[in-house]
Write a protein that binds this ligand. Sequence first.
Ligand SMILES: [Mn+2]
Length: 255
Amino acid sequence: MTLKELIRKYILENKNSSKIVYDNSSKVLFIGDIHGDFDTIIKIKNIMKDYDKVVFLGDYVDRGRYGYEVLKEILESYLKEKDKIVLLKGNHENLLMNKFYGFYEEILKKESDVLEIIEEFYNSLKLIYINNRLKIFAVHGGINIVPEKLEELLYYEEYLLWSDFNWGNPCITTYNIYRGVGVLFGLDLLKPFMEKFNFKYFVRGHEYFEEGIRIFEFGNKFLITLFSSNEYPYNFVKKKILEINKEGYKIIDLS
Ligand SMILES: [Mn+2]
């Protein structure tokens, strides 16, 4: 199948469903930003069978060379096991971003018809994954409020996709000076959010670290940032993916 055909099938399955995925799986695999790194896809393909759920945290395309192949492979897997694979949206699932960071040109070269349908595809991606059994909240970037109900977060898509954790001053939520969009959210937001909704893990992508993962622990709760690409300009990154099960979490090295 062409990428356009795969995308069309994905849209049909998802266009009228909620942007929040609620799940009760007991063994979940998380994959951080891929940014066109096909090697990541090859490596996870063999281990996906060991999991009840596989959650991609977004940023599939741009920067790296193989965004087209990455999307194709992920959508083929999705269509084989629709209940198993969750595709969250990243800030690079956006045509304007693609014009600046490479995927637009890549589509033009590899399958230009995809352009007719790509924005509808981006709009049909999920924004939040919630696992009540394992007490996980997952999103590409972060949060900007402690809502009354989780569904309210969907009004703040830009914040969900663009926000970062305030590593420099974990206590304080402030304007995201580094990106000029979204917030840097601190413990003043994170802690009441996690307590109110009884989450133990906050899993996100969006930021790269040389170690491919960074974990902030508070009480018996964890904010985990994952990065799963070492395509240029991230060649130095020791890319990681993450398993969460009933016993705890396990970091898997893909580098
Ligand atoms: Mn991102």
